[in-house]
Ligand binder design. Sequence first.
Ligand code: CP
Ligand code: NVA
Length: 332
Amino acid sequence: MNFKNRSFLKLLDYTPEEIVALIDLAADLKAKKKAGIPHRLCEGKSIALVFEKNSTRTRCAFEVASADLGMHPVFLDPSASQMGKKESIADTARVLGRMFDAIEYRGFEQTIVETLAHYAGVPVYNGLTNEFHPTQILADFLTIREHCGSLKGKKLVYMGDARYNMGNSLMVGCAKLGMHFVACAPAKYFPTPELVAECEAVAKETGAVLEFIEEPAKAVVGADVIYTDVWVSMGEPEAVWKERIDDLLPYQVNSALMTVAGPQCHFMHCLPAFHDLETVTGKKIYDAFGLEAMEVTNDVFESEQSIVFDEAENRMHTIKAVIAATLSDILN
Ligand code: CP
Ligand code: NVA
């Protein structure tokens, strides 16, 4: 295995063994952090954090992880930089590549992060695009392993808009690691046939099972994890809310659905989540549509079965593993 100087743009670029090695390294770095053992594996290096969309977890994970590794992170808000407005992505990549040892990018099309990686000359990490959110999956899988003991054969049911970054990336991740992935949504929210075909080819090698089911009660039986995400993602127009609510309300994760799944089932969500009326958007949706929660009800979110904050913490440990693997010799 060779991770040195590689970008981390999507899980399709990594073998199952490499993905497991990253999760193992994250678990090791997590144990070191808890034990107070220093792990400044990238002393003196620097990383640019470019965010074209908002973030709490991903930005903080990159900042804390890089500081723990002895690095200097610099946050770039494109609304206050030249990127995209006066300077192309290719030119920005070449400038940042001369000053930084690595670049994180969160934004819109996957082609942007691929272009950055093509021109930068240093590793580029995908901190979320419309199509993929690969660092999230590493955290999710570390969390599942901690709670379920293993990954192979585990059944993960994704409820909701399965054709966007989270549904796509979870399907790829499950295919790579030989898991049982179920997308549960109206058919128009299933991932594209092209991505499904690519994942089916991977699944043939790993023993993974991929299913696409429209009836929630049929999809979730025996699930180890029910996973959901917001119905309208960052960058999408407000006008789609009504259609999404009409289409996806039957796919809300509520206590009736968790009961059908069974007591072994964990609830996961990449966060942020609309589970109560404590957010500006949550209140707006309540005023317009009378919904107190959207993709997950508050009782499920706050239940014993919910492992969403373990999952959020693991963003930091897994992002640290990606940086350390690609910039230091720890896995090479
Ligand atoms: N899950 C996730 O990526 O969260 P942020 O948008 O807060 O980074
Ligand atoms: N699908 C969500 C994920 C947020 C982490 C979005 O893109 O907004």
